[in-house]
Design a protein around this ligand. Sequence first.
Ligand code: PLP
Length: 420
Amino acid sequence: MISENLFNEAKKFLPGGVDSPVRAYKPYPFFAERAEGSKIYDVDGKTYIDYCLAYGPLVLGHANPLIIEEVTKQLKNGTAYGVPTENEIKLAKQVVKRVPCAEMVRFVNSGTEATMSAIRLARAFAAKNKIVKFEGSYHGAHDCVLVKSGSGAVGLPDSPGIPEDTTKNTILVPFNDEKAITELIKKEGKNIAAIIIEPVMGNVGCIPPKEGYLKFLREITAENDIVLIFDEVITGFRIAEGGAQEYFGVTPDLVTFGKILGGGFPIGALAGKKEFMDMIAPSGTVYQAGTFNGNPVSIKAGLTALKQLDSNFYSEMNLKGNKLRAGIQEILDSQNLDFKVAGLSSMFQIYFTDRDVLNYEDAKSAETDIFQIYFNKLLQDGVFIPPSQFECCFLSLMHDDDDIQKTLEVMENAIKTVKN
Ligand code: PLP
């Protein structure tokens, strides 16, 4: 069946025809048949260079041969045990070795579970209730963070079904704004348990922190007994071996992971200093549990992925990212367009606005109608990016010079189309 017909059929059985809202772009999403390296192939016979990469996990590209080999071996040995395995210790050791704040790790199944549990832990540790999140940040689909959220929730930022009683303890602030945090903490600091932040905002496009901003947050949280949580579900293992905390040289109290850590399989994790992590059951009383926590297939895939992510890998990803961003900037300059090219390392996005993008409000000034034309044109010409101005595009190790060259040609055409 072709994608259009599959989508019509899907809508009868799956709300909106998909299992996650952002996937349902108009008029219908392509349905995947297979994927390998930098390419994804649809059921209609088309091939795309993929910059969505399953929204971030596939930093080694699709169907990484080593991961497939190791996971195949694991599958033959069982897919879930409900008892501990040595590989969980090995993966936890890898996380601890790489990530500055990590002394212990709890593996869960998704980024959503990781942030939910990290917030619970932070509240228990601080013995306070309020949390602070940034406008436009996305920390998964659980109640207390689904307020003015990014990702698929931009334009649908607060969900019905979440009691006000739940979100009244979530305080919103603009990203990259020291004054807003300083004033808030002056007023409310004694009630704030935690600040949770995507160190690079990756769910309203891609917004890096201003120079010194994360350091400022580290200092002000430490002075006010507020737990600092870095949500590194996107940046973890992507922008440096130790994630954003290594990249920016700022160590939070707790960190959350997902995506890359599972090597293309479902995973999440929270990690932090021992004094925090020891509060988690069964060492402590903060409840956290899951049938599939530490799933042996995900753990094996994660271990095999991390083995391939050494310092050479990060240098190469930086080069690829720089090359692509510089190429896009050149196209915009040659067309006399003042749109903004954002990103760092292997993350990028174009904002169709002439405003510098430092926070959610700036990002929202981007013309989504123009983005839609650009997206459709890219798709038509064989380049797949996430179907929203407010998602981030990703490169993988498998994107070679030819892919980048071809992508820039396709982008140039799309940008010319947008201009006309
Ligand atoms: N945190 C961030 C920064 C994310 O980008 C996401 C998902 O995109 C999540 C949390 C939620 O992760 P998951 O979709 O695995 O639940």
